[in-house]
Design a protein around this ligand. Structure first.
Ligand code: PLP
Length: 400
């Protein structure tokens, strides 16, 4: 399939009037290989970060066999795209119908929970003719701090380590394999987030006195954005490995993680057009109801670059963006740094939108995404070493 080498070639050949999603499968493949080679356990891709079927296929082809799904629609989707994938239904509050369909129709055996009520629900929904399932892997979700993370996941789910013993003991009774999982919050800026959470896992195991077969450190692995440059992922893996090795668990216990953002942030960017300018505010054709939800609602700063035939010589200045809908909430404060002479008709590439970007789109007010275009160039920023081996060129050569 035809690939563009630059965002400029997309802008000049298509002159798109709708936001264009620029996808870079080689970047997702590189991230997957990194986790497969360096994470000291099993990585499951958290599908909610970006459920695009082409991305799931790319990750599967790169060797990623485990997927963290949170809804029955995600279960069906991954089953369809990667029929042999191992699925973990890692949402701690599920509809009974979703559990039953996942277990009986799609072969899902891994479920998370944070209460005895949810445990009872899982046991009932997975029974066959009143006989309880004997092949369940049950992961008890602990509530841990999100204090090192840019987006908290600390309030909604999880049982506190000091209240987890009854849930762990009850789950142990019915589980074939018992796990403990947690999520430190998304975009965790310090490896210590995982060290602290693993200390909670230790406390929970000691209090419950149960045998634990799996420790699942969840997602939260950071990507790189303006003003948010994290420590290398190896440093995270190191802290996790050390913490895991020190836990009172059996020699054969497994270590899992559930990266979403870190696997797919670099997968895509969006090419938007400036429709109008009023001083330091640009009216662009994508926004809060499109791929820029996080830019609008949590002031996330994505990297931007002007895409124009002749490079601008103007100085840089700070802009904020209005999105295309009629809604005041469709506003991205930024600041986004762009040349001062930017004007209506110019195109801007907004980078690092592979995670929680294209996944967030709605069709509100009639504004939807335009085309998706395959790219061979590198993402605007990267966490991973770009080597000749991991560039698109070499991947294409190998295929020939
Ligand atoms: C959202 C989520 C993830 C992925 O989190 P990232 O911060 O994108 O890595 C993993 N596990 C669970 C249970 C989640 O809800």
């Amino acid at each position: 399939m035809f690939k563009h080498h630059t965002a400029l070639s997309v802008a000049s050949t298509l002159r798109p009037s709708q936001p264009v999603t620029l996808v870079r499968p080689h970047a997702a493949r590189r991230a997957a290989r990194f986790f497969l080679e360096k994470f000291p356990g099993t990585a499951m891709y958290a599908v909610k970060a970006n459920p695009a079927p082409d991305l799931i296929r790319t990750l599967w082809d790169a060797g990623l066999t485990h997927y963290d799904v949170a809804s029955i629609a995600e279960v069906r989707l991954v089953r369809e795209v990667a029929p042999n994938a191992t699925l973990g239904f890692m949402h701690p509050i599920k509809a009974p119908e979703a559990i039953a369909e996942a277990y009986h129709r799609h072969g899902v055996r891994v479920f998370s929970l944070d209460s005895i009520d949810e445990l009872d629900k899982i046991v009932a929904a997975t029974a066959t003719n009143g006989v309880a399932a004997t092949d369940l892997t049950l992961c008890v979700r602990l509530r841990v701090s999100s204090s090192h993370s840019k987006l908290s996941l600390a309030s909604k789910f999880g049982v506190h380590a000091d209240e987890a013993a009854p849930v762990l003991m009850a789950a142990r009774q019915v589980a074939d394999a018992l796990g403990i999982c947690f999520h430190v919050g998304s975009q965790a800026m310090s490896p210590q987030a995982y060290g602290d959470a693993i200390a909670q896992v230790r406390a929970a195991i000691v209090a419950a006195g149960v045998t634990v077969d799996i420790v699942d450190v969840g997602g939260g692995f950071p990507s790189i954005y303006p003003g948010m440059a994290p420590a290398p992922l190896e440093a995270y893996f190191e802290v996790i490995h050390r913490g895991f090795e020190s836990l009172p668990i059996s020699y054969s216990a497994e270590l899992w993680c559930e990266p979403g953002r870190a696997l797919c942030a670099e997968y895509s960017s969006v090419l938007v057009r400036v429709e109008a300018r009023k001083e330091d505010v640009l009216y662009i054709n994508d926004g809060a109801y499109g791929a820029l939800f996080d830019a609008a609602h949590v002031d996330w700063r994505f990297p931007v670059q002007l895409v124009r035939e002749t490079a601008s010589r103007a100085r840089d200045m700070e802009f904020s963006f209005w999105g295309p809908t009629c809604d005041d909430m469709d506003y991205m404060r930024g600041p986004f740094v762009l040349p001062a002479d930017i004007k209506a008709g110019d195109y801007i590439e907004v980078g690092m939108l592979g995670a929680y970007g294209q996944a967030m789109r709605t069709g509100f007010n009639g504004f939807t995404a335009g085309e998706t275009v395959l790219m061979s160039d590198e993402p605007m920023d990267t966490l991973y070493a770009v080597t000749p081996e991991s560039s698109d060129k070499v991947i294409q050569l190998r295929k020939k």
